[in-house]
Design a protein around this ligand. Structure first.
Ligand SMILES: *[C@@H]1O[C@H](CO)[C@@H](O)[C@H](O)[C@H]1NC(C)=O
Ligand SMILES: *[C@@H]1O[C@H](CO)[C@@H](O)[C@H](O)[C@H]1NC(C)=O
Ligand SMILES: *[C@@H]1O[C@H](CO)[C@@H](O)[C@H](O)[C@H]1NC(C)=O
Length: 403
């Protein structure tokens, strides 16, 4: 009974509503020919709107729901006439990309780097690291305009290399024993790790940060030789094991700014990848020479710094960049690549990497899931551009052509 009642009252309400709306429509209903005109007009408005919307989508100017920040919106708007990663996407200029250290990651990694970074930037490539003639690095070896070969020390002790860079003095060993003024903690100078192997000896730490620091000085010396400020406009320094999902975003690059990926900062600034102008390149890469030339300054800085526990590579780099301020600034962006590891081939100090259903089939592990998330986010504008590209795998973010 109750249910019936409800039904009745609802249909009654519907009826009265219908009656009211019919009445209202009756008042405004135009004549038959008027209705036809109205019909034609609304059809053409709809067709026009559809055309405008789809061309806006094609040009990538229409901000879809995935656009988050004002910065992101600006980036997409400025790309109105250029496809992400196209020649017009970046400021005009000559680019040099320097890959430092052992070549790791394998074919898919190198192909993604070659396609999304070297091709997109029309960049020259330089390799700095130990000799490598393995078949899977052939792509990079062949593309390299410069090969700066520096063999790794055989026993894993980078101390003697540091001594050589200090023009024969091993006074840098003083840097390993620093006590924090406030806490009386002995500070672990973590970024000097692997200088003074074996484990447990002077300056020993778990990391291998010193290799990056040595490489930075070696790159600086090589760039000096090729007169980098005259030869190039923009420099990228990176490690080799980033898998790229798309080209680097448009950054409105400033010649007095160092651009580093957001994340993987460990209290400082990410030291795996950087973009800067050739004008400031020798200064940006001067960190190791500055350290070896101004040891008292650095020991005092560490004794009083907010880092009373340890100075890792990221913190050291941040402190060095701070000494360049205000003439040189730092900025961060979302990096479109994430570091990966082949479990059977690539050595690691910290991270084994995680298996995933997207990437394990290619024999690689994602080292830091945060980097992968940033890469997916960084590539949002690019992905919108690829929405009808059959070559694009929406799940992995990878291009078929790279596999
Ligand atoms: C080593 O010598 C070079 C060349 O004279 C110089 O530019 C550099 O500053 C020196 N570095 C150190 C740590 O003494
Ligand atoms: C650090 O050592 C000094 C001198 O030995 C002492 O006066 C001070 O109280 C110590 N500070 C802390 C936090 O232990
Ligand atoms: C690098 O550091 C050394 C030592 O502080 C300094 O003399 C030199 O001018 C610096 N070079 C550049 C390019 O900043």
């Amino acid at each position: 009974m109750l249910a019936d009642n409800t039904l009745t009252s609802r249909s009654q309400r519907t009826e009265s509503f219908n009656a009211a709306s019919t009445e209202a429509v009756a008042v405004y209903t135009p004549s038959k020919s008027g209705r036809r005109i109205l019909y034609l007009v609304s059809i053409s408005i709809a067709v026009c709107a559809l055309l405008v919307w789809s061309s806006a989508l094609l040009l990538n100017v229409y901000p879809l729901s995935s656009i988050r920040s004002a910065k992101d919106r600006k980036m997409v708007t400025s790309a109105a006439n250029a496809a992400p990663g196209s020649l017009q996407w970046y400021p005009p200029g000559r680019w040099l990309v320097v890959v430092m250290g052992q070549l790791r990651g394998g074919g898919l990694v190198y192909r993604s780097f070659s396609h999304h970074i070297l091709d997109a930037l029309r960049a020259d490539l330089a390799l700095l690291g130990p000799p490598d003639d393995s078949a899977d690095t052939l792509l990079l070896q062949q593309r390299a305009k410069y090969k700066w070969i520096h063999p790794d020390p055989e026993n894993g002790d980078w101390g003697p290399v540091l001594t050589r860079l200090a023009n024969g003095s091993d006074a840098w060993k003083r840097l390993c024993k620093v006590t924090h003024k406030e806490t009386n903690n002995s500070i672990v100078i973590d970024f000097l790790g692997s200088a003074g192997a074996p484990a447990g000896s002077l300056c020993w730490a778990a990391g291998s940060g010193i290799i990056h620091y040595i490489n930075k000085r070696l790159i600086q010396l090589e760039l000096e030789k090729i007169h980098v400020e005259k030869t190039y406009d923009w420099i990228v320094v990176t490690r080799s094991d980033y898998l790229y999902l798309c080209p680097i975003p448009r950054l409105n690059l400033n010649k007095a700014t160092i651009y580093a990926p957001q994340g993987e900062e460990y209290g400082g600034i990410c030291d795996r990848f950087a973009i800067f102008s050739a004008e400031i390149a020798l200064t940006v890469l001067n960190v190791t020479n500055h350290l070896l030339s101004n040891m008292d300054f650095w020991i005092k800085t560490w004794e009083l710094s907010i880092y009373s526990d340890y100075i890792n590579p990221e913190r050291m780099l941040y402190m060095y960049y701070k000494t360049l301020s205000p003439s040189i600034q730092m900025d961060k962006y979302l990096h479109p690549g994430f570091t990966v590891r082949r479990p059977d081939k690539d050595p690691t100090k910290y991270r084994e990497g995680e298996d995933s259903k997207q990437f394990s089939p290619y024999g690689i592990r994602v080292k830091y899931s945060g980097e992968y998330e940033h890469a997916m986010e960084s590539c949002e504008p690019w992905k919108r551009f690829q929405f009808n590209n059959k070559d694009y795998n929406k799940e992995t973010g990878l291009f078929q052509v790279l596999l």
